[in-house]
Design a protein around this ligand. Structure first.
Ligand SMILES: Nc1ncnc2c1ncn2[C@@H]1O[C@@H]2COP(=O)(O)O[C@H]2[C@H]1O
Length: 373
């Protein structure tokens, strides 16, 4: 063999992987300066999702949820989206375009309006913007149902996700009714999200009208929503002073762990004296931090007004104590919530920064109280 010849083996799939990446860069119009960042996120999300199978997502939390599901489907539905949605497929940011080759069907203005109003309130689609909702409306197809029709059967493979416009539907497990949908709600996403057999049978109790989306499109749309959510959280975290020493991977982990909560003006988010289970980042709106006033001159004093980018609720987690103050939404607010387990697992050295900042709280309260005297 010629001494200058090097024997190389090109792994199967390398060519396609690079080709997909290049196509994605071009179609997403990535600028030169963003190339590394984009590549990092692109390969990381592909890696994470291609390494994930049903066993990975069936962790303790999910298993516990599944068990609960058989007893109480409602409870499961409330909790099912509290963890990041993961799939066996590789994620491709090209789905951003949602160019999907299925026949779409025309909608009347009333139908369009119904979908426009209902989609954002449906769990799998909550993170979508107005434009994206407009885009996915076209992939819903109407489906008229007759009373008694079985829409899906327990233990069978999932085919469609359904959104209810009209009609009453019952969910049955082992022929026992576990839930009733009365002219609103959605069903059929669990089997599609988790690649598992249907957990329940759904039967129409009355004639009705549904909107449905097939498995492939649903999974693309939901992965797109998860991708968008991650991007949005990352963007927010990159501007957080307390996290500025974190590397990109650590920040991605935090981004995935965050859960978005909305509060109306006047809502109490946490209450002084309560046990603590999470900390909060203010994504939009303002939150007032109030402490009960013991001198009785006022009911409470305002120790801080949190702006977008600020955080609160970390102190009780840091010191394993009860809440030292009450937090009230003084405008409509969107908050990013990090629960206790993720706080302990993911914040690392950022906790030292939080501790240093929390050391000033007592002085701040004293200063304010002195001003009130
Ligand atoms: N001066 C302050 N004293 C106590 N808590 C404060 C103060 N300013 C802001 N806070 C926040 O209010 C939160 C109430 O819940 P925690 O005690 O978990 O954490 C507290 C802090 O994040």
């Amino acid at each position: 063999m010629n001494r200058n010849t090097i024997n190389v083996t090109i792994p199967d799939g390398l060519h396609e992987m690079l080709e997909d990446f290049v196509r994605s860069v071009i179609s997403s119009k990535i600028k030169s300066r963003d190339l590394y960042k984009y590549a990092y996120e692109y390969f990381l999300s592909n890696k994470t999702s291609s390494e994930t199978n049903l066993n990975d997502i069936m962790d303790d939390k999910t298993e516990e949820c599944m068990r609960t599901a058989f007893e109480n489907l409602d409870e499961y539905e409330n909790r099912r989206m509290t963890r990041p949605v993961l799939f066996g497929d590789t994620f491709n940011p090209e789905i951003e375009k949602l160019v999907l080759s299925i026949s779409t069907n025309e909608k009347s203005p009333e139908e369009h309006h119904f979908l426009q109003q209902t989609i954002p309130t449906t769990l799998p689609f909550r993170a979508l913007d107005y434009d994206q909702i407009e885009e996915i409306i076209q992939y819903f197809q109407s489906y008229n149902v007759k009373s008694g029709e079985i829409l899906m059967k327990e233990k069978e493979e999932g085919d469609y996700f359904y959104l209810i416009q009209i009609g009453v539907y019952e969910a049955l497990i082992n022929n026992k009714q576990v839930k009733i949908y009365n002219n609103e709600g959605s069903f059929g996403e669990l089997a599609l999200l988790y690649r598992q057999p249907r957990l329940a049978t759904i039967r129409a109790v009355t004639d009705g009208k549904l909107w449905r989306m097939n498995r492939d499109i649903f999974s693309k749309v939901v992965r797109f929503v998860a991708f968008k959510k991650r991007q949005r959280h990352l963007e927010f975290l990159r501007n957080c002073q307390i996290l500025k020493n974190m590397n990109e991977k650590e920040m991605l982990d935090v981004a995935d762990a965050l859960k978005c909560e909305e509060y109306k003006r006047g809502d109490t988010i946490i209450h002084e004296g309560d046990n603590a289970d999470a900390m909060y980042f203010v994504q939009s709106g303002n939150v007032e931090i109030r402490i009960r006033e013991l001198s009785n001159k006022t009911d409470y004093i305002v120790v801080k007004t949190c702006q977008p980018g600020d955080y609160f609720g970390e102190r009780a987690l840091l010191y394993n104590e009860r809440r030292a103050a009450t937090a009230i939404a003084i405008t409509h607010c969107q908050l990013l919530v990090l629960d206790r387990a993720d706080f302990n697992r993911l914040l690392g050295s950022a906790k030292d920064v939080l501790k240093r900042n929390a050391e000033h709280y007592k002085t701040i309260v004293k200063d304010i109280q002195n001003k009130h005297m």
